[in-house]
Design a protein around this ligand. Structure first.
Ligand code: AHR
Length: 323
């Protein structure tokens, strides 16, 4: 079974990938892909899946790694436009500042598909957006915590994603909504860990220090699993037990968080499929070959996983899928 088929199975989105295949397909089409970088295991998997899916479909994928910088993404988009590519995929690092370059793509009649993050720009500047409901992801995480702590007082520290990115903004809002009705739960510290494992560890070390070694911290909410894995290390280094002394809840469902869950060191994660390319290529196939306009927002699932969901099995199913 190919990597793409396995991922479709895991994410339950096989139907989305196969429902709109046109005879011409995308074979021979030149598609530019501006990727943010490789800040997380999830991002690495998205890159692997996109490349594998492009190869399977015969797409000539022009890949550009922006090293987390918006200016590099804008440069890459201008390069794709100058080459006259058939379409552009972009995972936008931050949500603002895209209007000018997307207008240039529109003027050149090159359809743009947003992957995994949203932008603040008029909707006619892109063909479609394939992403999760990031507010819902945060809300699911918050509601899980409400159920897990019951009436107990719970002081939460939050590791935010990249400043100005749509998942950081929306996952914060969603979590706050999820805990809003629980007056016993409060966020006492919140800082960016930039979606990376090393920053997550560093910021968590600061939180532990500032909170008297961590005794008063009941839970850490991380906007992605990589920061949670970094936080778990910091908690252990401080002599506390992650998953027991401090609850750990995060988003992505990468193999390493399931490994931590199997060891009793993580408590909950919300799945984000790395297969954004399947629905994106299907939309482009329909648009380029039949002029069919896709839905403006193609929303992927947000499933909660806890230790009752066979974390070792989930780890085994995901490892080797490009994470
Ligand atoms: O935009 C999706 C987020 O970006 C993922 O949750 C995170 O791991 C990544 O870096």
């Amino acid at each position: 079974m190919s990597i793409i088929k396995k991922l479709a199975l895991v994410a339950g989105i096989g139907a989305l990938m196969s429902s709109t295949a046109y005879a011409e397909g995308l074979s021979g089409k030149v598609i530019g892909f501006s990727q943010i970088g490789s800040e997380s295991g999830w991002r690495a998997a998205e890159t692997s899946v996109t490349k594998a899916e492009a190869e399977r479909l015969g797409v000539d994928l022009k890949f550009a790694d922006a090293q987390q910088k918006q200016e590099n993404q804008i440069k890459a988009l201008r390069g794709f436009i100058a080459q006259g590519v058939d379409a552009i995929l972009i995972a936008p690092v931050v949500s603002t500042g895209w209007e000018e370059v997307l207008t240039e793509a529109k003027d050149a009649e090159i359809p743009v598909v947003l992957l995994d993050r949203g932008i603040d720009a008029p909707e006619d500047l892109y063909l479609t957006s394939v992403a999760s409901d990031q507010v819902k992801e945060g809300r699911v995480a918050g509601e899980w915590l409400v159920g897990a702590v019951g009436d107990k007082d719970c002081k939460v520290v939050e590791l935010q994603g990249t400043v100005g990115s749509s998942p950081a903004i929306n996952r914060k809002q969603g979590f706050e909504e999820g805990i809003a009705a629980a007056s016993n739960i409060s966020i006492i510290r919140s800082q960016t860990g930039d979606f990376t494992r090393s920053k997550g560890k560093e910021v968590m070390e600061g939180f532990l220090k500032a909170e008297g070694g961590g005794a008063g911290i009941c839970a850490v909410y991380a906007h992605n699993d990589d920061m949670a894995v970094g936080a778990i290390q910091a908690i252990k280094d401080a002599g506390l037990k992650p998953g027991t002394d401090i609850l750990v809840v995060s988003i992505d469902a990468v193999p390493d968080i399931f490994s931590a869950m199997a060891a009793g060191e993580a408590n909950a994660t919300v799945e984000l499929t790395p297969n954004m390319a399947g629905p994106a290529f299907a939309a482009l196939d329909a648009y380029l070959n039949a002029g069919t306009m896709p839905e403006k927002f193609i929303i992927t699932e947000s499933k909660l996983y806890t230790p009752t969901d066979d974390p070792q099995g989930e780890y085994d199913r995901r490892k080797g899928l490009g994470y």
